[in-house]
Design a binder for this molecule. Sequence first.
Ligand code: GLU
Length: 293
Amino acid sequence: MRLTKFTAAFAGLVLAGSLAACGDDSSDSEPEVVTDAEFDSGTTMAKLKEAGSMTVGTKFDQPGFGLLGLEDVPEGFDVEVAKIIAGAMGIAPEDIEWKQASSDIREQVIEDGDVDMVVATYTINEERAERITFAGPYYEAGQQLMVNSDNDSIEGPEDIKDNPDMKVCSVTGSTPSEQIKEYLASDDQLVLFDIYDKCKDALGNGQVDIVTTDNVILLGYVDESDGDFKLVGEQFTEEPYGIGIAKGDVEFCEFINKTLADNEDAYVAAWEATAGEVEGTETPELPEAAPCA
Ligand code: GLU
């Protein structure tokens, strides 16, 4: 999804969003918990159903996708997608243990068996797929730039080289932190943290001038900023989000893909109750899943 579409849909969505908020009842979007599902013994689904609980890695600092709430439980679209998958194995939301999976540790927590799956704005790419298996994609984002609202020098990534004193912030282990390098005057321009929240704070207090990551993550920060931040330029990469699971668990991957395809209404409701409330976003259609490997 491109930001141009977000922007075009913006006026209508503000109205739709405020109407939806009036009748908002989060219990409406609680996913179905299937109690009579049957799975072949030995599969991950059978094991998790038998355990009655699972562990999910997600983000804790990204409004709209995964943000730790007041009850110390994360909220957002990724969280709701995980609940749909868990529910199809008979696991209720309260039986999910949430672990913070910052960008740099996602493959590792899957490989170490610390989590059963990662749903965390996680771009599918070949390098990562050497270590883990991806289900999905379940959403298509794209990299963009966020600056302070009074910054008129940066209108897109091509302007970064002309402003070599400006600092660009992103997160270690993320695809945007690599993809931005070709647009920098030198590597000294890049500031890396472990989570995006720290980039957002650094932009707010003037330690950096630009934050770069996926458009939907940045839109969450813009929405929260009360007019202090803005997005500039178009998206300049494609970031298909996948669900990370143990390498080679094709049965679990196919189960996840089928579960999402069978629950498109829940998928749309999940979006509308979370990221869809952020100004400038547009309800996605579930993309066609890639073959599991
Ligand atoms: N989707 C990109 C990635 O997986 C950026 C967002 C993130 O760091 O989670 O690296």
